[in-house]
Design a binder for this molecule. Structure first.
Ligand SMILES: [Zn+2]
Length: 319
């Protein structure tokens, strides 16, 4: 068996070369259609220079890979992702899939037709870029599993089975959305070990979190800095507790932050969410975890070995 590789914006890399990896971030999120119609709202060069600085900050802190889970309904712009990746030393893994604000297209076309789009992104490439997605994003929010969301979840499951790449989800953790997602994926025959249930770090319901992991999935402790969902101290406490219980091999870390978004200016971010940025885990959370008894080996497990295993499994590696 050859070394496992994973597709990135700049082509395949060995999974052993991923290094410390943030499993749920965004480079740019925006409202699809707005900038196409009002291009004066979108200063591409300014955004690129913000991204250059933020990606360099990540690299200097030792982060080597980010997974950009930006979907079509979050304004995925593969040319922009490529431009940022070319100018950065941080590797970027790109996603296919749909978030929880799907365009009408996704309710008026069947599950298999939608799955084909995801499969195309993974096997042929996104648009004409040749860049292949290496992970499938889908989402359930406060409205729960609506008909269109169920369509997308089932399409994601079928694309997972057809391609072997992992699924990574958005959930409304307070509503225990991860359980409904796992039930649908299991019905579709997905191996739940190939699934990351995202935004689980918003929850302090240990029973819910243990259940997600006991059924095989990895949980995303992936919104560090978004204190309005769960304060930092609670996030650290829950994570340290689950590490102490032996779950470090089932958790991954991230911020769900972005370099730029049309939903919140950089000034508003600093004012309303001062800890929500790419450097928060490196600067604040890892020291807090160490102080809470999380070992260096457990940190390596969550930041390096778990992401590596999740992307290597496609070729019959771990998991
Ligand atoms: Zn996200």
């Amino acid at each position: 068996m050859g070394a496992a590789t994973v597709e990135t914006a700049l082509g395949p890399v060995a999974t052993t070369g991923l290094g410390p990896t943030l499993m749920h971030e965004h480079i740019v999120t925006r409202s699809p259609g707005v900038h196409e119609n009002w291009p004066h709202l979108f200063d591409r060069d300014a955004i690129l220079s913000i991204a250059d600085r933020k990606m360099a900050d990540l690299y200097h802190r030792g982060i080597r890979t980010i997974v950009d889970l930006t979907t079509v309904d979050l304004g995925r712009d593969i040319d922009l992702i490529l431009a940022v990746a070319r100018r950065s030393r941080v590797q970027v893994i790109v996603a296919t899939g749909v978030w929880w604000m799907p365009q009408r297209y996704f309710s008026s076309h069947g599950i298999d037709e939608v799955a084909e789009l995801f499969i195309r992104d993974i096997t042929v490439g996104i648009g004409t870029s040749g860049i292949k997605a290496a992970i499938i994003k889908c989402a359930t929010d406060t409205a729960g599993v609506t008909p269109v969301i169920e369509n997308v979840l089932r399409a994601s499951a079928r694309a997972q089975k057809a391609t072997g790449v992992p699924i990574s989800t958005h959930t409304w953790a307070a509503g225990r959305s991860g359980e409904a997602q796992q039930a649908i994926f299991a019905q579709e025959g997905v191996d739940l070990r190939r699934v990351v249930i995202g935004h689980s770090g918003d929850s302090e319901d240990l029973g819910y979190l243990r259940g997600l992991m006991e059924r095989g999935s990895t949980i995303g402790m992936d919104r560090f800095g978004l204190d309005h969902f769960l304060p930092t101290a609670k996030r650290v406490e829950v994570l340290a507790r689950l590490c102490a219980e032996g779950y470090a091999d089932k958790m991954v870390l991230s911020h769900d932050a972005n370099c730029w978004t049309d939903m919140l200016s950089e000034d508003d971010k600093r004012r309303t969410r001062p800890l929500w940025h790419y450097n928060h885990i490196s600067d604040d959370i890892l020291p807090a975890l160490r102080a809470a008894g999380v070992t260096e080996d457990q940190i390596q497990q969550m930041l390096v070995r778990n992401p590596q295993a999740i992307f290597a499994a496609r070729q019959g590696g771990a998991a």
